[in-house]
Structure formats: structure tokens, C-alpha cells
Design a protein around this ligand. Structure first.
Ligand SMILES: Cc1cc2nc3c(=O)[nH]c(=O)nc-3n(C[C@H](O)[C@H](O)[C@H](O)COP(=O)(O)OP(=O)(O)OC[C@H]3O[C@@H](n4cnc5c(N)ncnc54)[C@H](O)[C@@H]3O)c2cc1C
Length: 404
């Protein structure tokens, strides 16, 4: 194997997927992950359309199917837990469906991807890139641990709060667009029978949901419209206090879910945001997945974007035989239309997710009921479908023979 080398920051979804495809192209990947070990937590994520195609090409679908979270779909409920309307997973087919048939826990998918690269990729845990100096022959990287190494290319696959993006492109505020809502999530070890539905209870401007997980636990989601409060991403204690204020007096299982949030060491709260950038590449540095083009959890497209982006970036680096500038230009060209489509929110956007009035809540239930009927189903399916956005290149036979 030649020595063309790529450093990937982040061992979430995009990072290990990129390492797999780089190796297939004869390029040596190294991953640095700031967490001290594999991050197995996280929520259920969807594999859709082209994301599923890439997963098939990686050969991981049998393992994914073994770990599928069985979810019938989304069910709107009232404060007593009675069904108001449902959106079954098989109602729509395609990239933009609000619920899909392939749901997997993010940690399970990460584990499957890491297993895939185990025998050829060095993964450095508990470290991160501190600085990068680009020269004509590569990027000299200094890690927080003091380690210094040089790579041909560096890829930031380190999520919405990307450290590589901050170093190479500038402050987060220039690229991360807050959509006006906050979303917290935590594990509920024993949520009782959910009958395999993703249950959602809403009041104006706030929402509680419970989603089944593999193994009998459930993930609670607590979402609210922006209050103007300045939420510190790292101050979990103040986030939990804020949740108690925001969800005070809320119906359904609010007390129980707030208690679960308090008890969960992995409780996580963040803004609902998208990343918008005119370019995802600069010099020898590229951004991938949420770091470059997070569409927000509202699109349900993050995992597919990460997998497709990894496939295209590695494929183009292989095809360009070491000419990173040419590869990056093609990566941008191919991915732009897909990202633009994936960023499009479902009708109503954040207000559809968190309706601000009782009238709008009733309208949402009504439209969910109407979606069961033709022609409404066809119309909405066409609006939501994102699977035709790009044609996926076939890189299978283009592996690099030699790098300069
Ligand atoms: C509540 C919620 C629900 C979601 N639901 C869905 C869904 O239904 N469907 C879907 O497709 N997507 C969903 N997503 C989005 C999905 O999880 C992400 O889009 C996807 O994980 C992106 O993968 P990634 O590899 O780009 O980033 P991540 O998975 O975030 O991985 C980034 C990795 O980089 C590491 N890291 C961060 N900073 C550094 C650093 N400075 N140095 C080194 N390592 C670093 C992190 O520890 C992490 O391991 C949801 C997200 C959330 C928050």
C-alpha cells in the first residue's frame, strides 16, 4: 500500500465510514477521537435512500438488520396517552419520509462501522487536533497530547461543533444556524409498553416524545421553542434546571421524563441547528457529515448524508490519485445538490415540529390523518422524497494504483 495518508477527526458515523472507503482506495486512514473510548450512546437514527445504498455497498446491511429498532412509526397522542393520529413507517417510501423502516441506534451503527475498519485503521482515542500547519507536502498536525505528525489531507468528521472547522474555517457562529428550537434527550430505562410506536405529545411550543430502543429501554426527547435563554452547551446542570422551568405544568409523562433526564449521565441538550457553508474544503482540509452540512435532527438525513459524503469523498480522492484539489472540487460538485435537498425541512419547518398554538396543533393532527388517504399521500410523498437528488458514482473499479 502507498503511504498517502488522511487524518480523520471524529469516530462517529462519517469518520469510520470514510476510513473504510479510503482503505478501499489504497489510502491510509488514521482517526483521532476526543472521547476516551468508543461512543456507543445516542439516539435511533434512520438509514434512508442513498444512505442505505452506500450501507449495502459497504456490506454492513446484514449486521444493521440484526440490530434494527422495530418502530411502527410516529404516533401523536393526547395528554392521557390516547392516540390522535399515526404516521406509520410504511406510509411513505424514500429519503424524505418522516419515519423509515430502517432505524438503528447510533451507537450500534458506530460499532458496526468501527468493526469494519478494525484491521486497517489506527484509531487514537482521548486526543484531538490542537493546531494544523499546511505546507506544500502536507499538513503538520499537533495533537493535544503533544504528538506531532504530518498527513496529506485532514478531514473534519467531528460533528456539528467541529474542532477542525473552527481551526481551518473560523468561528462556529459563522456557519451554524440556530433554527429556533432546543432538543434534549435521555434514556428511560423502563418506559413501560410503547407498543413499538414513537409517541409524541405536544403543547404549544413544547414537545415530549418517547421512542423505543433496542433492548427494552426508550429514548425521551424534550423539545421546546427558543426562549431567548442563552443555553450553555457544556453546563448540564443549568440545562436540566431550564428544562424544569420550560416543562413545568406539562401533561402526559412530563414528571417522569424530567426525572429520567436528571438521572441520566448521558443527558444531552443542544440547539436544533443547521450548518451552512459556501465551501467545505480549504487547502488540504475537508469537512464531512455534520461538521460541514448538518441538516438538523428535523430532516432525519444526517446519517445518510454522512455515509454518502464519506463514500464520495474517498472515491474522489482515489480517482484523483493524490490531487486533493481536484478531488475536493468533485466532492463539492457531487454533494451540493444532495445536501441542498437534504437541508429542506418538512412543510412547516420548526413550526411544524413545535406548533406555537392549539389551533396549529389540531391542524397537524388533521393533516397526519389526511396523509393516510390518496391523493394526499402521493402529494406529500413527492414533496418529501429526496432520493433522486444525485446519481451515486461507482468507484468500485477506480482504486488508485499509485500515489505521488
Ligand atoms: C436528537 C437527534 C436525533 C437525530 N435523529 C436522526 C435521525 O433520525 N436520522 C438521521 O439520519 N440522523 C439523525 N440525527 C443526526 C445524526 O446523529 C448525525 O447527523 C450523524 O451522527 C452525523 O454523523 P457525524 O459522524 O458527522 O457526526 P457525529 O456522529 O456527531 O460524530 C462526531 C464525532 O466526533 C467526535 N468529536 C467531536 N469533536 C471532536 C474533536 N474536536 N476532535 C476529535 N473528535 C471530536 C465526537 O465525539 C463524535 O464521536 C439525529 C441527531 C440528534 C442529535
Amino acid at each position: 500500500m502507498n503511504e498517502y495518508s488522511v487524518l480523520i477527526s471524529g469516530a462517529g458515523i462519517a469518520g469510520p465510514a470514510l476510513a473504510h472507503w479510503l482503505h478501499r482506495q489504497g489510502i491510509r486512514p488514521t482517526i483521532v477521537e476526543q472521547a476516551p473510548d468508543v461512543r456507543l450512546g445516542g439516539q435511533a437514527v434512520d438509514l434512508r435512500g442513498l444512505g442505505e445504498v452506500v450501507a449495502e455497498r459497504m456490506g454492513i446491511m446484514p449486521r444493521v438488520r440484526e440490530r434494527i429498532v422495530h418502530e411502527k412509526g410516529l404516533r401523536y397522542i393526547d395528554s392521557a396517552g390516547r392516540e390522535l393520529a399515526t404516521m406509520p413507517a410504511d406510509l411513505f417510501v424514500g429519503d424524505g419520509s418522516p419515519v423509515t423502516e430502517i432505524e438503528i441506534m447510533k451507537g450500534d451503527l458506530t460499532e458496526i462501522l468501527l468493526d469494519l475498519i478494525d484491521d486497517h485503521t489506527e484509531v487514537i482515542y482521548g486526543d484531538r487536533i490542537e493546531s494544523m500547519v499546511e505546507g506544500p507536502d502536507g499538513v503538520e498536525v499537533t495533537f493535544r497530547s503533544g504528538l506531532v505528525r504530518t498527513f496529506d489531507v485532514v478531514v473534519g468528521a467531528d460533528g456539528i461543533h467541529s474542532g477542525v472547522r473552527a481551526l481551518a474555517f473560523g468561528p462556529e457562529a459563522d456557519y451554524v444556524v440556530h433554527l429556533g428550537a432546543y432538543l434534549g434527550y435521555c434514556t428511560v430505562p423502563d418506559a413501560g409498553p410503547l407498543d413499538d410506536w414513537f409517541d409524541m405529545y405536544s403543547e404549544p411550543g413544547r414537545m415530549l416524545a418517547l421512542r423505543p430502543e433496542r433492548g427494552g429501554s426508550a429514548k425521551a426527547m424534550l423539545a421546546f421553542a427558543a426562549t431567548g435563554a442563552d443555553v450553555d452547551r457544556r453546563d448540564v446542570a443549568s440545562q436540566k434546571r431550564l428544562l424544569r422551568e420550560v416543562f413545568d405544568g406539562m401533561g402526559w409523562r412530563a414528571g417522569e421524563l424530567l426525572a429520567a433526564a436528571d438521572a441520566d449521565a448521558d443527558f444531552h441538550l443542544d440547539t436544533v441547528s443547521q450548518v451552512h457553508m459556501d465551501s467545505w474544503t480549504r487547502g488540504r482540509v475537508a469537512l464531512l457529515g455534520d461538521a460541514g452540512y448538518c441538516g438538523s435532527p428535523l430532516t432525519g438525513m444526517g446519517t445518510s448524508l454522512a455515509l454518502v459524503g464519506a463514500y464520495v469523498l474517498a472515491g474522489e480522492l482515489g480517482r484523483a490519485a493524490g490531487d486533493h484539489a481536484a478531488a475536493f472540487a468533485r466532492y463539492e460538485e457531487i454533494m451540493r445538490p444532495y445536501v441542498a435537498t437534504a437541508h429542506t425541512l418538512a412543510p412547516g419547518g420548526v413550526d411544524g415540529f413545535l406548533p406555537r398554538s392549539r389551533f396549529m396543533l389540531r391542524m397537524r393532527v388533521l393533516s397526519a390523518r389526511l396523509m393516510h388517504h390518496w391523493p394526499m399521500r402521493q402529494i406529500v410523498a413527492r414533496m418529501l422524497d429526496k432520493s433522486e437528488a444525485i446519481e451515486l458514482p461507482d468507484y468500485a473499479s477506480t482504486s488508485v494504483a499509485a500515489m505521488p
